[in-house]
Design a protein around this ligand. Structure first.
Ligand code: ADP
Ligand code: ADP
Ligand code: ZN
Length: 214
């Protein structure tokens, strides 16, 4: 099963992708996490994208398409994958269609997360993530079960993302509206787009996604 999670920053894509990964045994491919790993390793690609990400802009399509092309053929994607944060532009969606067709694969579901903008700002400015596995938490609404210890991997190192500052969050929401929202009609046209209420609590969103996945 191959799935795309589509929604603005903070709509809960990463949180739900980790749950779908557990429930269905398919692999989360989060382009933001991949890029942050490149930055952490200090390589040339990481140096090239850091300033772009810190400003809340999109990394060039060719870089992202190359990253994803290298991932979907790996053995851990044999059962399928959850694309979290990709595609984010129409050219990325077109490239995805081509690379899937070349492998005789297709998308089974594109799930849109709908969340009001004021809620997104609150979620992102309160977000912190596990440095080790990327699990994401919220300082008020979604704390680890045991304070200071990641529920998923038991690490005790957490980080706040530099792009979750209030100013950069506003820039990212603008980028979503201008560059990513056009994907909604793109996928609606083929009848593959389904919507979930991203404002519901985390368990309720998971249940709604499970209904969509059937
Ligand atoms: P995205 O990957 O779409 O940017 P995340 O999954 O990282 O979003 O979630 C953003 C923030 O909102 C995190 O702090 C997360 O804990 C919190 N969050 C996610 N889903 C919900 C929800 N349904 N209700 C309340 N808070 C949520
Ligand atoms: P969020 O989960 O909050 O939506 P991500 O972790 O997915 O954020 O992405 C963080 C940043 O990484 C983006 O603001 C952008 O700079 C870059 N990025 C991630 N995915 C893509 C993509 N598909 N195309 C272009 N840039 C991307
Ligand atoms: Zn963790």
């Amino acid at each position: 099963m191959n799935i795309v999670l589509l929604g603005p920053p903070g709509s809960g894509k990463g949180t739900q992708a980790k749950r779908i990964e557990q429930i269905h045994g398919i692999t989360q491919l989060a382009t933001g996490d991949m890029l942050r790993a490149e930055i952490a390793s200090g390589n040339a690609l990481g140096r090239r994208v850091k300033g772009i990400m810190d400003a809340g802009e999109l990394v060039p399509d060719d870089i992202i398409i190359t990253l994803i092309r290298g991932r979907i053929g790996k053995p851990d994607c044999r059962n399928g994958f959850i694309l979290d944060g990709f595609p984010r532009t129409v050219p990325q969606a077109e490239a995805l269609d081509r690379m899937l067709a070349q492998r005789d694969l297709r998308l089974d579901h594109v799930i849109e997360f709908e969340v009001d903008e004021a809620v997104l700002i609150d979620r992102l400015t309160g977000r912190f993530t596990c440095q080790h596995c990327g699990a994401s938490y919220h300082e008020r609404d979604n704390r680890p079960k045991v304070d200071g210890i990641c529920d998923v991997c038991s690490s005790c190192e957490f980080v706040c993302r530099p792009d979750d500052s209030p100013e950069t969050v506003k820039a990212r929401l603008g980028v979503y509206r201008r560059q990513t929202a056009p994907l909604l009609p793109y996928y609606r046209r083929t009848g593959i787009l389904q919507r979930v209420d991203g404002m519901a609590d985390i368990d309720a969103v998971t249940r709604e996604i499970e209904e969509v996945l059937g």
